[in-house]
Design a protein around this ligand. Structure first.
Ligand SMILES: Cc1cc2nc3c(=O)[nH]c(=O)nc-3n(C[C@H](O)[C@H](O)[C@H](O)COP(=O)(O)O)c2cc1C
Length: 183
């Protein structure tokens, strides 16, 4: 249950989804990841090009150590307790690759939420490490890394991060919406 309040009635998933840093450490299964990415798979994209790819490692599997080099120092403090790490890639050969892949990430986050799991996207990553671990050619843009898993207790976090473990607010609608041109 959320403490967030919307100014207009929206589906509960939009208020209830949030990005924790406390994860329980419970490993996800390949089936969990496949179901979560199935959500992303049904996102709309320009000309239905689906210019995205998702590469994952489950906590402790053969690729985990390599994936652990992808988050930056700040994110490494908390995200290695996630059940899995997943890298979101977009294919630059499509003009709308980032827009489309952003939508797919949103679907992924909501699918995970519907399964009782949490996601936390990270732009704070070591880009060279990501490109090397995933052996990417120049067509792929690394969009972000996502921690996925069961929520943990915020007391498991360092004090400065535990303090920040609260649902975030949003700008008022009036600031992001205009009938006609921007004021
Ligand atoms: C593309 C993207 C990059 C982000 N990068 C980071 C990050 O590097 N580290 C971090 O702790 N949170 C990161 N976040 C989480 C945002 O800070 C968070 O989504 C935002 O404050 C809204 O909070 P909520 O997701 O709980 O609603 C990122 C989120 C997105 C969508």
């Amino acid at each position: 249950m959320t403490t967030r309040q919307s100014t207009h009635p929206v589906a509960a998933q939009f208020l209830d989804r949030s990005s924790p840093r406390a994860f329980s450490g419970k490993k996800l299964t390949a089936q969990d990841i496949e179901t979560i990415v199935e959500g992303a798979r049904w996102a709309p994209s320009a000309s239905n090009k689906q210019p995205w790819h998702f590469a994952y490692s489950i906590n402790g599997d053969a690729n985990w150590q390599a994936f652990s080099t992808i988050p930056n120092e700040f994110n490494r403090r908390w995200c290695l307790n996630a059940g899995a790490l997943l890298v979101v890639l977009s294919d630059k050969q499509s003009a709308t690759h980032s827009f489309d892949t952003g939508c797919a990430w949103g679907y992924l986050a909501l699918q995970a939420h519907a399964m009782g799991l949490a996601t936390h996207a990270m732009a704070g990553i070591e880009l060279d490490a990501a490109r090397q671990v995933l052996q990417l050619d120049d067509n792929w843009k690394v969009e972000c890394l996502v921690a996925i898993g069961e929520r943990g207790d915020k007391s498991s976090l360092p004090a400065d991060l535990a303090e920040r473990e609260v649902p975030s607010p949003r700008k008022p609608l009036s600031e992001i919406l205009s009938a006609g041109p921007l004021a």
